[in-house]
Design a protein around this ligand. Structure first.
Ligand SMILES: [Zn+2]
Length: 448
């Protein structure tokens, strides 16, 4: 086991990640940890007051001192491609980084990296785990150039913020706990999960929540950079794919046969004319269209993927049935318009690619109190918002969860021009650490 891991690390050196970044990453990994005797007085109830305690201050100072190294780790992780369903290579690197932060780390059957920092609290059948997570995957397909470009302070690369910022911060928080010898009252799971984006359909978070459901007290999701919000409401969404098939044929000699692309266009035009309310906010996006073989062939098939979202479950259901009806009507219209139905007819189906459930954090949740206390302490202002994130899954089953940005500034998410600027990063890191400390509680901390 150990030999195998050592082997993996050596292979990592040989991978085409630039040598400079590997070395910087390795420097980050090998930074010394101060040691000190460790008292074991449990004082979880005073967690909020513990922000001013020496060990917490030491953890906050560690984050401030290591901002540059954390940014180098972010570059290092961003330059390891992690397309949807291909997160394994990046996962292995995160595993090594979390191990070097002193955690017991495993990769589960879904591909999630799970590092455990044991808490001091005895297991008593109550929820005893706090999870902090960041997703590994990007929206970018294999072959996308993920090399990070620098323009002054600005770092530009697909996935640099979403979720290079979250992942590097996850590792940094584990390192800060280790460096300051912070021992949590409740066990903390540091999780780098797969499948957050698009058709990943939150499968990584679904698996972890499934596995730990009875024991999970709270989930803190690190996603992107911005510290101006706390996502406490899960935006429900559906992703659907319409597929229309037909007999195909020659553009000239078979003209008049039903054409799947024609039918798709007819149905799509009907759908985009569907009225959606501004409140509750309801949206749709035609995101991907495929089909056909050549310009002079009547196609055999046509496919369309749509994403629909709403603050209201009723509106979501209404819009989903509108999509189904519009595609059916498009197929009907095309069949009626075709001159020659003897060669066959059109068939269609609608597949569900993803369903993201809704949910909401209660206003009196201790987790919300924790992030509010952290905001006060670091002087940050944030608003509550609704979004579609990994937090949808725990929220949908009644587990307290929030999603927050990890610090710094970013933009252009899901585009090739995605950027990140580390200025202000330390505040985001400290805010996340304090939220985690207030939620997990600390063991052996004197309060002031
Ligand atoms: Zn993200």
């Amino acid at each position: 086991m150990f030999a195998a891991r050592a082997h993996r690390r050596i292979r990592y050196v040989r991978r085409p990640v630039s040598v400079k970044h590997f070395l910087l990453c390795a420097i980050f990994l090998s930074m010394p940890v101060r040691s000190a005797a460790f008292p074991h007085r449990a004082a979880p109830a005073q967690a909020l007051a513990e922000f001013g305690s020496p060990r917490v201050r030491s953890a906050l100072a560690w984050l401030k001192e290591h901002v540059a190294a954390i940014t180098e780790t972010q570059i290092c992780l961003t330059e390891i491609p992690a397309p949807p369903f291909h997160e394994a290579r990046r996962a292995e690197t995160v595993r090594s980084l979390l191990e070097s932060a002193g955690l017991a780390v495993q990769i589960d059957r879904t591909g999630n990296v799970i590092g455990t920092l044991p808490g001091a609290a005895p297991k008593n059948g109550q929820p005893d785990l706090v999870m902090i997570s960041a997703h590994l995957d990007t929206v970018f397909p294999p072959g996308t150039v993920v090399k990070v470009r620098r323009e002054g302070e600005r770092l530009i690369a697909p996935g640099i913020s979403d979720n290079g910022a979250g992942l590097s911060s996850l590792v940094a928080l584990a390192r800060a706990f280790q460096a300051a010898q912070l021992r949590p009252h409740h066990t903390i799971l540091f999780v780098a999960d797969v499948g957050e984006e698009g058709e990943g359909n939150l499968r990584g978070m679904r698996a972890v929540v499934d596995d730990y459901r009875e024991r999970l007290k709270a989930v803190i999701v690190l996603d992107g950079s911005s510290t101006d919000h706390v996502t406490t409401r899960a935006l429900a969404s559906r992703r659907l794919e319409a597929t229309i098939t037909g007999p195909g044929g020659h553009s000239w000699s078979d003209f008049g046969s039903p054409n799947p692309i024609n039918a798709l266009v007819r149905g799509a035009v009907r759908f985009i004319n569907t009225k959606v309310p501004a409140a509750p906010r309801t949206t749709f996006n035609l995101g991907q269209v495929e089909g056909g073989t050549s310009v002079n062939s009547i196609p055999y098939d046509a496919r369309l993927k749509v994403d629909i979202r709403s603050e209201s479950d009723d509106e979501l259901v209404r819009l989903e049935s509108a999509f189904r009806e519009c595609i059916a009507a498009g197929v009907r219209d095309e069949m009626e318009a075709s001159r020659d139905r003897s060669r066959g007819k059109l068939e269609f189906k609608i597949d569900t690619l993803g369903v993201r459930p809704s949910g909401e954090l209660r206003g009196d949740s201790p987790l919300l109190a924790a992030v509010r206390a952290a905001d006060n302490f670091v002087g940050n202002q944030s608003r509550l918002e609704r979004s579609s994130t990994d937090a949808n899954i725990p929220l949908s089953v009644g587990i307290d969860a929030i999603s927050i940005g990890a610090g710094g500034a970013g933009g252009g998410a899901h585009s090739l021009q995605e950027w990140y600027e580390p200025s202000g990063r330390e505040m985001g890191l400290q805010r996340a650490l304090l939220t985690l400390v207030a939620t997990s509680g600390l063991s052996g901390e004197k309060t002031k």
